[in-house]
Design a protein around this ligand. Structure first.
Ligand SMILES: [Zn+2]
Length: 385
């Protein structure tokens, strides 16, 4: 996640999230469960009151969590911050809904069976110190105390801890996303040119193909895990729902699913970091991946993570004041010869290579498209600059 807020002159505020695995004690895990439940409860209470007020008076109003504490004393057992955050989340959901009802749904009641277990708490810094902070091997939270945690990397000393979100996966693992505010010196904008710019073409088979012919083949283990997932899926479809074997297979399926999601995120982070560090500008095309995946190829393009990859590239480049140049999805990149510019009516999407009838150069189909994406991207950037 990345964003900008007000900062001192010459500085920009960036936000960084560290996701750490938590190892709560049994008491702490019980407190988390209670907090998840209280957050759902307070959300539903506030929403139900909002609906009633709205129906009776036509005015939009959300009560504060304090209103419910006498009739539901169990709310006092959990972090009040988490309850306040539910009020903020509900207010925000209504703001979006009122502003743009076509794209944002009316906030819904939360049910345990289809809601993610999570709560959020903001850090408050008092004279006596902050309410939330990290220790060598844990995170100190308001009610839970120090919860054991494993840090994949550590925050820099000058980062400010803003808030945490504790969540539980369906396989019973606890995680904490820690949001930091990181002031950084505003980098000098970098002007792209042909030597320092890379063009990327989305590829079903290779994830992407670059204009210089480089590809990012997803590692073999990722493919192998996916094949395993399909096998469990098929097995599940033949089993009796509710039986013990079925439940075991479901749990196995969830674990593998989670594992693949982690593997994929690692792969996307590594690829996007490498590109954002090696190049001054990246050109891509705004492909409609969801539509492509409905096409004749059965591979799920949308789930291949290309969109996530693009968002990672966007913020990793932005941090270095480098541009991500996105071409319109209808830009004729596939059927144009990158050598002589001849635009043909169409190019066969099943072939690997084709030869230009005008200049006679044989192109790798995907690398040729990547070359055009880069060239057209640089033109587009020149016009906008
Ligand atoms: Zn040509």
């Amino acid at each position: 996640m990345a964003g900008r807020a007000k900062a001192a002159d010459g500085q920009v505020i960036q936000y960084t999230t560290l996701k750490v695995r938590l190892y709560p004690t049994q008491d702490q895990a019980e407190l988390f469960e209670k907090t998840f439940g209280c957050c759902r409860y307070i959300w539903n209470q506030m929403l139900s009151d909002q609906r009633r007020f709205y129906a009776e008076t036509g005015a939009h109003f959300i009560p504060t969590p304090a209103k419910y504490k006498n009739s539901a004393p169990f709310l006092k057992e959990v972090d009040n911050q988490a309850l306040i955050q539910e009020q903020n989340k509900l207010s925000q959901a209504f703001r979006l809904f009122f502003k743009d009802p076509e794209n944002f749904r009316h906030p819904k009641f939360k049910r345990k069976k289809d809601d993610r277990d999570s709560f959020t708490a903001c850090n408050h810094v008092f004279e006596s110190g902050p309410t939330i902070y990290t220790t060598r091997d844990g995170i100190r939270m308001t009610k839970a105390g120090v919860v054991k945690a494993k840090f994949p990397r550590r925050a820099q000393a000058w980062w400010k801890l803003k808030r945490i979100t504790v969540s539980k996966t369906r396989t019973g693992k606890y995680y904490c996303s820690i949001l930091y505010e990181c002031p950084v010196r505003r980098p000098e904008p970098v002007a792209p040119n042909a030597e320092t710019t890379i063009g990327l073409k989305y590829s079903m088979g290779h994830f992407y193909v670059a204009d210089n012919g480089e590809m990012a083949d997803p590692p073999r283990w990722l493919r192998r895990s996916r094949e395993k997932l399909v096998r469990i899926q098929q097995k599940l479809s033949r089993m009796e729902p509710g039986s013990k074997n079925y439940e075991e297979a479901v749990q196995k399926y969830r674990l593998l699913h989670e594992h693949i999601a982690n593997q994929r995120r690692d792969f996307l982070h590594k690829e996007s970091s490498r590109i954002a560090n090696d190049w001054n500008a990246v050109c891509m095309r705004d492909d409609a991946l969801a539509e492509m995946s409905k096409g004749p190829s059965r591979k799920d393009a949308a789930s291949s993570g290309y969109r996530m990859f693009r968002e990672m590239l966007r913020y990793k480049l932005e941090r270095q004041s480098k541009p991500l140049i996105i071409l319109d999805r209808y830009a004729p990149t596939a059927r144009t010869c990158s050598a002589c510019g001849l635009a043909q009516d169409s190019v066969d999407y099943k072939v690997k290579t084709w030869t230009c009838p005008k200049c006679g150069i044989t192109h790798n189909r995907e690398a040729n498209a990547a070359k055009n994406i880069k060239a057209q991207g640089l033109v587009q950037f020149g016009k906008s600059a």
